[in-house]
Ligand binder design. Structure first.
Ligand code: SF4
Length: 377
């Protein structure tokens, strides 16, 4: 089982928190689509016939494409790869792109799951993030997608925003629940270097939310979503009745995936590869028939660290058996020694042979991961 990721690098405007690779150069769109289809075809043997279980259009903003363009990309994939009949095909969409006509056309295509970038239903939050939609548009977009017949919808939320009160966050979570979606991804704001929010923070224009307030927001999120029958299956992800994101699960379960388009990453258990994060260089490489990617072969240490980082994030946790069967004793010993302190503070627990984060542990997961990683002296 394998996955495919397609990076659509266009955005109409740039959000203040976002560090994904994107471009506002829409004039390159025809050339990009040509190059993307060439890449899809050129790499058709890399998965050695493995079945594709999930296809994910991310970005950037895939919903700026026409449905006919999405169809052409999918046709190229279907013609060159072995795609499962039950494949999950997700498309990230921005609320302001979701007209009834676009949604009806999309529903008639093979796309069967939407991930809608609502981010918040609060106009103040949305304005501060430089999103193109307001709270009412976010709600209308989700309802319009449901009316068009989509029954597997994920929405995104962001918390930990500057000056975001507990009350405002609680209202956001309640609104999200009331929309009857199948999946919610909620991310704490990160100040990435190179973003507008990062500059605002450095120049004192905004202040980071205090940790205890962020933690209280996280507790509200978890408590309210679990009360509404969402399963908290990964640090930032909640799903109704097992409707996990297949695309994300492939990352966490360390399955092979191919990434197409500028900045897209690929993984085949032993090697990581990443395409150049520049639309101009990506297009130039196709013109000159030159490489547009770099790669690295993963050492045993990299593979252990990868396993820890990806597995600890999920409810399935880090399996003792898997550690014993796949990694040398130096890695196992390091893990057990470092895990002990977090077991004592109850940030980690062992259940059914797996090490899992407790609720308190979820909130300091970065610190725990850092300690569990194996770094050669
Ligand atoms: S968050 Fe999405 S829409 Fe906003 S700039 Fe980033 S990729 Fe574009």
């Amino acid at each position: 089982m394998a996955g495919i990721y397609i990076h659509i690098p266009f955005c109409k405007t740039k959000c203040h928190y976002c560090d994904f690779y994107k471009s506002t150069d829409f004039a390159s769109r025809p050339d990009f689509l040509t190059a993307l289809k060439l890449e899809i075809e050129a790499r058709k043997d890399e998965l050695s016939g493995e079945k594709i279980e999930s296809i994910y259009f991310g970005g950037g903003t895939p919903s700026v494409l026409k449905v006919s363009e999405i169809r052409q990309i999918l046709e190229k994939i279907f013609a060159n790869y072995s795609v499962s009949e039950q494949v999950e095909i997700t498309m990230e969409c921005n609320p302001d792109d979701l007209s009834a006509q676009f949604l009806n056309e999309l529903k008639a295509s093979p796309v069967n799951r939407l991930s809608i970038g609502t981010q918040s239903f609060n106009d103040r939050d949305l304005k501060s993030m430089n999103r193109r939609h307001n709270g009412n548009q976010a709600i209308s977009a989700v309802k319009a997608a449901q009316e068009a017949g989509f029954s597997n919808i994920s929405i995104d939320l962001i918390y930990g925003l500057p000056e975001q009160t507990l009350e405002a966050w609680q209202q956001n979570v309640e609104k999200a629940i009331s929309l009857n979606v199948q999946h919610i991804s909620a991310y704490h704001l990160t100040y990435h270097e190179g973003t507008v929010f990062y500059d605002y923070l450095k120049t004192g224009k905004i202040k980071e939310l205090p940790d205890d307030l962020s933690f209280d927001q996280f507790k509200i999120l978890k408590q309210e979503l679990e009360r509404a029958d969402f399963e908290h299956y990964e640090i930032s992800n909640f799903a109704k009745s097992g409707l996990y994101s297949r695309h994300n699960r492939a990352y966490w379960e360390r399955r092979s995936y191919l990434g197409f388009g500028p900045s897209a990453h690929s993984f085949d258990l032993k090697t990581r590869r990443w395409n150049v994060s520049s639309l101009r260089k990506y297009l130039q490489a196709f013109e000159l028939n030159s490489p547009y990617w770099e790669n690295e072969i993963l050492s045993d240490q990299d593979q252990y660290n990868d396993y820890v980082i990806t597995s600890l994030r999920t409810i399935w946790g880090i399996s003792s058996n898997y550690l014993e069967q796949n990694f040398e004793s130096r890695f196992q010993l390091h893990f057990k020694n470092e895990a002990q302190q977090f077991m004592e503070t109850k940030h980690l627990k062992v259940e059914a042979g797996s090490y899992r984060l407790s609720t308190e542990g979820l909130f300091i997961s970065d610190k725990i991961m850092e300690q569990l990683l194996y770094v050669e002296d």
